[in-house]
Write a protein that binds this ligand. Sequence first.
Ligand SMILES: NC(=O)c1ccc[n+]([C@@H]2O[C@H](COP(=O)([O-])OP(=O)(O)OC[C@H]3O[C@@H](n4cnc5c(N)ncnc54)[C@H](O)[C@@H]3O)[C@@H](O)[C@H]2O)c1
Length: 255
Amino acid sequence: MAGRLQDKAAIVTGGASGFGAGIVDCFAREGARVLVADLDEEGGRAKCETVAAAGGTAVFQRVDVTDATQVDAMVASCEEAFGAVDVLVANAGLGQRPCPLEETSEESFDLQFAVNVRGVFYCCKAVLPHFRRQGSGSIVITASGIALTPRPNLVVYGATKGAVLTFAKGLAMELAPEGFRVNALCPAAGDTPMLAEFMGGQESAEARERFVSGLPMGKLITPEDMGNAAVFLASDAEAGTITGCALPVDSGRCI
Ligand SMILES: NC(=O)c1ccc[n+]([C@@H]2O[C@H](COP(=O)([O-])OP(=O)(O)OC[C@H]3O[C@@H](n4cnc5c(N)ncnc54)[C@H](O)[C@@H]3O)[C@@H](O)[C@H]2O)c1
């Protein structure tokens, strides 16, 4: 039986770890051919091997999304490997250790905006010529629940996610006449390596319990939860008239 993204060529940034790795698995399961794009070469190659072992198709491309030249090369590699660029999942991101605004450094501000916002800008800009040549394409951006309900001590991280959410909605409006869709995922605390950063740099059972108890459904978001939501938004058959949406994947956190 054909998968829900059968033969689509997809780029998943941050695909080596966490939510991105879950999105890669679900895309491959649904028949997509996936370019795993990440700074982490070892993790990215290992992810491609697990996809191949499960019968899917994935290739790795090392990329720093804050570098426009590398992002252009990433998109060219997808075209070269798969002959198309149908879906971009702009998911690579950096978290922040909680701290009051006065203690947030300028370096941290610049780095978070570079990866979480400028990186998304470069990736979206780079896929558009391919979408135009093909006459189709869709973008899914990993924002965050914090873009919908901001939190103290994560003000700058929250601002980056608010920025990409507004970016996604604006771009959705801009591209709607051409039929290209842009949507955002808004996850709550996830069971990924980034969670330790939000716990202050170290995982602990108490901190994990605090995060879990802050979620009405009492469940952290899994990479597979994000993968399933991304498959839906990327599928023209299922979400063909859904654009500019901010989909919470959040155990009820943003109700
Ligand atoms: N984990 C959470 O609690 C949570 C909650 C809301 C939103 N998010 C967002 O989800 C996305 C994925 O986060 P995750 O939890 O899977 O984290 P993660 O740390 O497990 O994965 C992030 C991936 O992005 C890659 N990356 C970082 N900077 C990069 C760069 N400059 N260029 C290319 N790749 C880069 C990392 O190497 C890593 O593989 C991020 O955008 C994050 O902000 C996470």
